[in-house]
Design a protein around this ligand. Structure first.
Ligand code: TLP
Length: 347
């Protein structure tokens, strides 16, 4: 059956016809020489929007986080991370493999928040039995906390605790624009407590590829060197940067639609016997919900037969709304799930 609804991630978004036009018309040059006007514009625009001095176009969120950790830390340093953060759970341990950095996980609460006292307890600037803690990484929105946005106050509380112990602060803001839209605050305010931020163009902003790192001129200079070292000094990459410029101009405000659809999805899921979810906890585009243990594969297979794609999580499943998902797609998905669970109860 043809794919009708793809809820696996917001990474599956397709470039719109207007974005493709921007790509087609992009002015380009060799970016390793600093000659690509589209990349230069995208980097400067990103830095200005997030209130930082400079920006760097990278291939992915994973690469953005990695070059940031490498630029903030030296070999043998420690990075404090949330135990459910993407950096800790889903980036293949790159910081340790490629940077000889230790990742020190602390508890992430169900809102994606890291308790300042836990950050203080993890801090070690001087005891030479332990690696020196150099960096705290925060995630906003928090993916595994159902896309919870962290407020400016929460970010400041975490950053203050880190700075007391001499740490720098990085935000994995893969979806920081979702956070800004959800909270109704300027993204620069959410970024202000941090030294550096990574955000993704390739998720809710619907670009085919790319992420951005922002920070001070000096930090970005270092990050640029690490990007080169990782083999991602790109050439006439304005063809992709043009999509990024288009998305920053046109794709941010509409994220509110994705949030409305996620809320509607969660409210519908909460009505289904066999599923448990708290719709009040859904504030952006990610919905995690509990299903009966052992049923993930059959749910995913059943939905696939109806043209709905989901990842077969078990007993926790995730659905992500995005530019390619309409309110009708949510209705269609909910009916499919209602029928699945009705049949499962009858069997
Ligand atoms: N997340 C992907 C998967 O890797 C899980 C997704 O489908 O959600 N930070 C956060 C918070 C992320 O959610 C992701 C991607 C990244 C970083 C990495 O971005 P990419 O995939 O561009 O390397």
């Amino acid at each position: 059956m043809e794919v009708r609804v793809d809820l696996r991630s917001d990474t599956v978004t397709m470039p719109s016809p207007e974005m493709r036009r921007a790509i087609y018309e992009a002015e380009v040059g060799d970016d390793v020489y600093g000659d690509d006007p589209s990349v230069n514009e995208l980097e400067a625009k990103s830095a200005a929007m997030l209130g930082k001095e400079a920006g760097l176009f990278v291939t992915s969120g994973t690469q953005g986080n990695l070059v940031s950790m490498l630029a903030h830390c030296g070999r043998g340093d420690e990075v404090v991370v949330g135990d459910r953060s993407h950096i800790f759970t889903n980036e293949a341990g790159g910081a340790s493999v490629l940077g000889a950095l230790f990742l020190y996980p602390i508890k992430t609460d169900r809102f994606g928040f890291l308790e300042p006292d836990e950050i203080r307890a993890a801090t070690n600037p001087t005891d030479y039995h332990k690696p020196p803690t150099r960096l705290l990484c925060i995630e906003n929105t928090h993916n595994q906390a159902s896309g919870q946005p962290l407020t400016v106050e929460q970010t400041e509380a975490m950053a203050d605790a880190a700075r007391e112990g001499g740490m720098s602060v990085h935000i994995d803001g893969a979806r920081i624009f979702n956070a800004a839209v959800s909270l109704g605050v300027d993204v620069a305010e959410l970024s202000a407590p941090a030294d550096s931020v990574t955000f993704c163009l390739s998720k809710g902003l619907a670009c085919p590829v790319g992420s951005i790192v922002v920070g001070s001129e000096e930090f970005i200079d270092q990050a640029r060197r690490y990007r080169k070292m990782l083999g991602a000094g790109m050439r006439q990459v304005g063809v992709i940067a043009a999509a990024g410029i288009y998305s920053l101009d046109n794709m941010i405000d509409r994220l509110a639609e994705d949030h409305d659809n996620a809320k509607k999805l969660a409210e519908g899921l909460a009505e289904i016997d066999g599923i448990s979810v708290d719709p009040d906890n859904i504030h952006s585009n990610i919905v995690y919900f509990n299903i009966p243990a052992g049923s993930g594969k059959s749910i995913a297979a059943n939905l696939k037969e109806r043209g709905i794609l989901v990842n077969a999580g078990d007993p926790v499943m995730r659905m992500v709304t995005h530019y390619g998902i309409s309110s009708e797609d949510i209705d269609y998905t909910l009916v499919a799930l209602q029928e699945h669970f009705r049949a499962a109860v009858a069997a």
